[in-house]
Design a protein. Sequence first.
Length: 290
Amino acid sequence: MLGGFPNPGKRTATNLQEAAMPELPEVEITRRGLLPDLAGRRIDAVVARHASLRYPLPRALGRLLAGRSLRGIDRRGKYLLFRFDHGTLIVHLGMSGSLRLVPAAEPAGRHDHLDIVFGRRALRLRDPRRFGAVLWVEDDASAHPLIAPLGIEPLSCAFDGAWLHAATRGRATPVKLFLMDSHAIVGIGNIYASESLFRAGIHPRTPAGRLSRARCQRLAEAVKATLEAALAAGGSSLRDFIHSDGGSGWFQQQHFVYGREGEACRVCGARLRQLRLGQRSTFYCPRCQR
DNA sequence: CTGGTCACCTGGAAGC
DNA sequence: TGCTTCCAGGTGACCA
């Protein structure tokens, strides 16, 4: 393998199936894992090794953060909000990003773009595909142009069947694409969209606006159950994840349909199928999902 | 406003 | 063996 980049080991299955992307549960797990170690801690230095990810990194990040104490970490959708007295550092992990606590002296790998040093340890941002983002806002982060248009939090009480029913009226778009539209609902990526629709027994191509009230109810519950199952799976390995060297990737999870095209449905045994919606692979069971 | 498509970036796998 | 092509993914930008 390339220097410094951990070898994920021999894997026979496709990485499609194994490499879970940071969706809402992974981001929330990261937040919960970092909080107890970092809240209240003072930053000593910042090391930026790459000038930009999706956007240019804030300039003079070291001068901005050194000597400041981290007040807390919030999450909005898939954005992590690191709170300081004088502003908020917004971090998005894109599709390949991770944040881990490492010894500050540990040599950085090829894709370790940013270190925020707290004493002997560093919060290290690794993002091989550089789809992630690091932004700084002095004023209200919720008003930031990337944050303000975000949709409802799927784990909030406000997200339920009634909300989903109302929000989808008049929408012809396939329900899977609606689930993935961050301006409608945040945090549901390609994997959990397929998984949630399977749990709800709804075909991914169903026009969102045609879903009955009852099916919206079922889908809202399925989304919550899917995300909560992932959170539970991640929670059990949370400390290992945050403090490991990154070799193991995101926590493993058993999917019902994602990445399993051609295999047998775990519920009915039918051959699972794959189709493309919005340029994205979509997996479903032709018998369980109508 | 809605819906559809593209670009960004990289590593790994598949194809030739 | 080595090159080329394709694909994965989140999301903003841009089009009709």
